[in-house]
Design a binder for this molecule. Structure first.
Ligand code: SIN
Length: 311
């Protein structure tokens, strides 16, 4: 039991603590989702589903790195119908269910969002930012496509729709994306996906460390924490307090989670640390966050949320 009250909410959905898994590692099969359901994670987030089941990219497609990982999984998943069928058993584990959806066209996303709108899932996170599908650019870097998609996906039902964004690196991009988001009833954003199309080379073998796309893959873990923090902070400032914001990128300790809280995140997702450490990471990080905040005299998340101090 935490000394500090870590209860939070995203888009009106109550969460028993600040941490959940990210749509990424170990959340593809019913067995993996069952493990998350029995962990301390505050929600169950599914692997991004596509219209049809996918094997994903050729292996090797994941490599641990000293400060994180590089991966080009290529959205291996069971196909959306399997996750739709799983919703009742996931809900039976007693925590919110977040469905990640990653269609290859607006029409596919419409079909999948419509189907999950009629399910008992709690939040729908539409992934606009997978960098790993050959020939499919990340929608989140194409502002016209983003707007076209949002104009069709936000009115398909009452469940909160959110989008998983790519990392942005320029203030003008934060502003352009925030202006688009404000025009639609987007209820939450998840920032950030991996930094796409990075290249890690093994000088011994003189080759990339992963196979797909000639070695280009999404960089994750500690390397991207400052980028995740900047994206959460910028969008919090541009979108205001009512926007649900889930932070992701390089969280492996309670103080990492606390930094995301200061930047303004309502909750955080854990990817690489969950991949490397397994489900015990949720309880450990939650305890560390609670201890860290208690030492500072905080009693609840709102005492520090978004309250990054100016130098
Ligand atoms: C993948 O399956 O390639 C990673 C998912 C993502 O980057 O959204």
């Amino acid at each position: 039991m935490s000394a500090v009250n870590l209860q939070t909410s995203v888009a009106g959905v109550a969460l028993s603590s600040y941490l959940m898994n990210a749509s990424g590692p170990k959340c593809t099969t019913a067995e993996e989702l069952n493990i998350i359901g029995h962990s301390q994670a505050a929600a169950i987030v599914t692997k991004s589903c596509t219209f049809e089941a996918r094997q994903g990219n050729p292996e090797p497609r994941y490599r641990d790195l000293p400060l994180g990982s590089i991966q080009s999984m290529g959205l291996p998943n069971l196909g959306y119908q399997a996750y739709l069928d799983m919703v009742p058993s996931l809900k039976a584990m007693g925590k919110p269910v977040v469905i990640s959806i990653s269609g290859f066209s607006i029409a596919e996303n419409r079909t999948m969002v419509t189907a999950f709108q009629q399910s008992d899932a709690d939040l729908l996170e539409v992934n606009f930012s997978c960098p790993n599908i050959p020939g499919k650019p990340q929608i989140a870097y194409d502002f016209e496509q983003t707007e076209a998609a949002l104009s069709q996906l936000c009115q398909l039902g009452d469940k909160p729709i959110g989008i998983k964004l790519a990392p942005y690196f320029d203030m003008s991009h934060f502003e352009s994306m925030a202006a688009i988001i404000k025009r639609y009833p987007v209820k939450f954003i998840t920032c950030v996906n991996s930094i796409g199309n990075t290249l890690v080379i093994d000088p011994e073998t003189e080759s990339p460390v992963i196979k797909p796309k000639g070695g280009y893959g999404g960089l994750c873990g500690d390397y991207i924490k400052p980028i995740g923090l900047a994206n959460v902070r910028a969008f919090r400032q541009l979108l205001g307090d009512d926007m649900g914001i889930i932070g992701v990128g390089g969280i492996k300790t309670g103080s990492d989670a606390f930094e995301y809280l200061l930047a303004g995140a309502d909750a955080v997702q854990i990817a690489t640390c969950f991949e490397k450490e397994g489900p015990s990471c949720f309880q450990r990080i939650e305890q560390e966050l609670s201890d860290f905040m208690a030492k500072k005299g905080y009693q609840q998340l709102s005492d520090a949320k978004g309250k990054l101090k100016a130098l």
